[in-house]
Structures are given as C-alpha cells and as structure tokens.
Design a protein around this ligand. Structure first.
Ligand SMILES: [Zn+2]
Length: 191
C-alpha cells in the first residue's frame, strides 16, 4: 500500500460503500480528506513530500483554498519556514481577502488536497496572480483524474502530486452497486 493511502486508512478516511461523487458518477470507495486533515500529526506526514519537493525553489508563501487547503498551506509553510495564505470562495472564483499580506512578485506555492478536473486550481492561480504574486509551484495530495497517466500542468506549471489514484467509478446507468440495490450515499464535496 502506498504511504498516502496508509495515512488515509490510519485516519479512518477511506470509506467503502456506494457513493455519489461530485462528478455525478458512482463509486464503491470515497476518501474523506477532512478526517485526515483534522489530525495535525497525519497532516504533517502528508505534507512532508511536498515540502521536500519544493525546498529549494525559493517559495515565500504557501497558498491554499478553503477548506482543505487551509491546514495544508499552514503545515507546508511551517515546514518550509515561510508564510501561508488562504483563498476564499467568491462566486465561482477565489479571492485572498482580509488582512493577509502578499507582496507583488512574491514567490507563491499553491497547494490543494484533491485534483479531479483542475478547475479549482485554475481559480487559485488567478487569485494569486490578482494580488501580483508569482506562482512558482503547484502541489496536490491526491491526483484523482480519470483515464490519464500524465502529469497535469497548468499554464506551463507542472502539478506535483504525492499520490495518483483514480477512484473506481461508474456512470449511474452502468453502476453494479445500483444493480445490486445498495443504497446510494451522498457525501462531502462541493455544493
Ligand atoms: Zn450506483
């Protein structure tokens, strides 16, 4: 078992059953990231490969989206000895608000928990660039894109993933769990 999967299992975050994913597909397994991110010790372990990967890139600030990106940005920033910042939802987009300091030209590392389509990361890049900072790296814990085995890149920046595992999933009409009349659960994800 991969180390990231081991951490998720230790956190009781690997749920098995019959789940409705945000994509509309059905899956027999669901990784509830918040169960891991609620535990600082597990979050510390999850973040280590990211810190290691970006340790010589001159990162000055680590930026994550609410909600899962908050503990991740905090922890990677702590490990790198730099600042962290958070981007809130604003309609479909993201924005860095409040009294958070981000200087123009500052080198920013963007971090998120799970990559499914890259839409959320794209909004993060916009939010960072809007305040004049420069994106020098992008990292995610889990790359869950379906049917691809290439590295995801965004505006020429490769996205570093600590784990790649597409969730097994089916369109509802082909779902074996639906055929077996297993009750469908709706969990987590975006509203
Ligand atoms: Zn189903």
């Amino acid at each position: 078992m991969d180390r990231v999967e081991r951490i998720f299992r230790q956190g009781g975050a690997v749920l098995e059953g019959h789940f409705l994913l945000t994509s509309g597909r059905h899956s027999p397994v669901y990784w509830e990231k918040m169960r891991v991110l609620q535990q600082p010790r597990l979050t510390t372990r999850l973040c280590r490969p990211i810190t290691y990967h970006f340790r010589d890139q001159g990162v000055e600030v680590v930026v994550g989206p609410t909600l899962g990106g908050v503990p991740l940005a905090f922890e990677v920033a702590r490990q790198l000895g730099v600042r962290s910042a958070y981007a809130d939802r604003e309609g479909e987009e993201r924005t860095i608000r409040g009294g958070q300091l981000l200087a123009p030209g500052e080198k920013a590392l963007i971090i998120d928990d799970i990559l499914t389509t890259g839409g959320s990361l794209r909004h993060m890049v916009d939010a960072v660039e809007k305040v004049g900072a420069r994106v020098v790296g992008i990292a995610v814990i889990v790359d869950r894109r379906l049917g691809v085995d290439t590295q995801f890149t965004l505006g020429g920046t490769p996205v570093f993933a600590t784990h790649r595992s597409p969730a097994p999933s089916y369109p509802p009409e082909k779902c074996p769990l639906c055929k077996a009349s297993v009750p469908l659960e709706k969990l987590g994800g975006k509203k």
